[in-house]
Design a protein around this ligand. Structure first.
Ligand code: BG6
Length: 529
């Protein structure tokens, strides 16, 4: 990995300069890096978009957005004025070659002024349909050829399926070297995810217990309060599997499950993740009607206010079979994880927003502290990514006798109480430094698509069959306990105090899997839509 020195000047060319992503995430992140002294001394930002705006109009607009969306709140006028000197605006259409000539002149001008060759980061904060035209035009105006200094940053969705992802990778690799391509998955920049990496690999103790001998199962869950909002036209062709599981959740799974990398290069780390994706058991036809749950939110209430169901959302097909909730059980067929279920779940319009990973350890065989009741109880490690960022070891489950609760917090905080940087700050800083560890390589993207394609194809063929409705603002699809689980309902409902029905079905899936038979979701009150 070649880490460039901080002193190499940097130029950001942001396509989609007036769009949501730039306004909410990218420019606020660059501004915070500026305030933290983490940008090169010489840097410059050229925002491009097709709106006709003067530079001062653009400055006013973006200042307002940064004030609204930066973690630091309203900008300080003096600091902002210093920062704004670095921002230019170019009205341009992505398919207009003259615009690229202007970009080229802009870069040359700065290089002359700085007497250096700046690293140029072309940030595609635009709709995916524009990726090919921008990449092709960068190539034809000779803006992509400097392998050391020219980089391209691309956001998800990276393809809509394996075929389109491969096409996009093919197009990019005709133009750029892989070392120039930075595919973002913003989850990899989250501080809670960095903590997980540190926890897994910086401590020899963790390595001793991180395997099938000690771990019973792993749950990775990302729930969101919000619905699809204004993004109906995108989401209705995507759904929870494409939008969250194919990328964010599978990446989390890779970090939990990967082997320590051989060396520290970005490729070594990514090789280890790729090995995990290759080891995920393929969903063959016999597995497809089991171990999957998908749901869609229906009308509900929040704080006494009515919330639309998914099919009533703007730009959503009123008969849509798109899933807004998905849960899947994966197995990783390798020495470390053989037989350990990994349950991934995500949903929109749930009762809470929380992203966390739960590592459930195997049960104790002896009583702890002489308390018989503790036999068979299990410790768990909860890695919270958001809203809290911490790692918590729950030594004794909550239902142990009063006085024996031992929720131990492991403090993992490398910021000394300072405000935690946003994911985009971490990622943009890494891109400036030329460190690709936190970015997705072409093979990672394709293997992740390969993993979910059989499920997507199956759901497509199923249409609305098996799609379970859940009222907005609740804990997700409700499943009836199977006969096998009725005996264990006491434990289930205990868990469901914490996590609601989501936990109940996770439990059902796991119990059936440990009891040696497969789980088939059975519907309760909520019928298939
Ligand atoms: C995005 C998805 O990638 O991640 C959104 O497209 C989702 O649908 C978002 O809401 C969740 O990110 P975060 O950082 O809010 O958990």
């Amino acid at each position: 990995m070649s880490i460039h020195k901080k002193s190499v000047p940097a130029i950001f060319i942001i396509f989609g300069g007036t769009g949501d992503l730039n306004s909410r995430k990218i420019t606020p992140a660059i501004y915070n890096l500026f305030l933290d002294g983490l940008l090169p001394r010489e840097f410059s930002i050229l925002a491009t978009a097709n709106q006709n705006l003067s530079l001062s109009e653009y400055h006013e607009n973006i200042k307002d957005k940064v004030s609204r969306f930066s973690r630091r709140g309203s900008v300080n006028p003096k600091q902002w004025a210093l920062f704004a000197e670095h921002i230019s605006y170019l009205q341009a259409d992505a398919d207009d070659l003259n615009a690229y000539e202007e970009i080229s002149l802009y870069i040359e001008k700065h290089n002359r002024q700085w007497k250096a060759s700046a690293d140029v980061l072309f940030y595609l904060a635009v709709a995916p349909s524009l990726f090919p035209v921008i990449a092709t035009n960068l190539a034809s105006t000779n803006l992509a050829s400097d392998k050391e200094h020219n980089r391209i940053l691309i956001e998800k969705p990276f393809g809509n399926d394996l075929k389109t992802a491969m096409e996009l990778n093919g197009l990019l690799s005709d133009i750029f070297h892989e070392n120039q391509i930075y595919r973002l998955d913003h989850y990899l920049g989250k501080q809670g995810v960095q903590n997980l990496m540190a926890f897994r690999f910086a401590d020899a103790l963790t390595e001793q217990i991180w395997n099938r001998s000690n771990i019973r199962h792993v749950e990775i869950s990302v729930t969101e309060n919000l619905g699809v909002g204004q993004r109906g036209s995108y989401y209705d062709h995507s759904g929870a599997m494409r939008d969250m599981i194919q990328n964010h959740l599978l990446q989390l799974l890779c970090i939990v499950a990967m082997e320590p990398s051989v060396g520290h290069s970005s490729d070594a780390v990514r090789d280890s993740k790729v090995e995990v994706l290759k080891s995920i058991r393929k969903f063959d036809s016999s597995m497809l009607n089991r171990n999957l749950v998908r749901g869609q939110y229906s009308e509900g209430h929040e704080n006494g206010k009515k919330i639309n169901g998914y099919r009533q959302e703007l730009n959503v097909d009123p008969n849509s079979s798109t899933e807004t909730f998905a849960a899947i059980k994966f197995f990783i067929d390798n020495q470390r994880w053989q037989g350990v279920p990994f349950i991934l779940s995500t949903g929109k319009r749930m009762d809470q927003s929380a992203s966390k990973i739960t590592i459930q350890f195997k049960e104790s065989l002896k009583p702890l502290f002489g308390i018989e009741k503790t036999i068979g109880q299990r410790s768990k490690l909860i890695i919270s990514i958001q809203p809290e960022i911490n790692i918590r070891l729950q030594i004794q489950p909550k239902h142990a006798e009063e006085g024996t609760k031992m929720n131990t917090d492991i403090a993992l905080d490398c910021f000394d109480g300072k405000e935690v940087p946003e994911a985009y700050e971490t990622l943009i800083r890494a891109a400036i430094l030329g460190d690709q560890t936190l970015f997705m390589r072409a093979d990672q993207i394709e293997l992740a698509w390969e993993t979910v394609m059989p499920i997507l194809d199956y759901w497509k063929a199923q249409g609305n069959t098996g799609l379970i409705k859940y009222p907005a603002g609740t804990t997700g699809p409700q499943l009836a306990p199977t006969r096998h689980h009725e005996k264990r309902l006491a434990y289930c409902s205990e868990s469901s105090v914490e996590h609601g029905n989501l936990q109940l079905w996770v439990h059902q899936i796991l119990e059936s899997c440990f009891a040696g038979h497969d789980y088939r979701p059975s519907l309760s009150r909520n019928k298939s839509v």
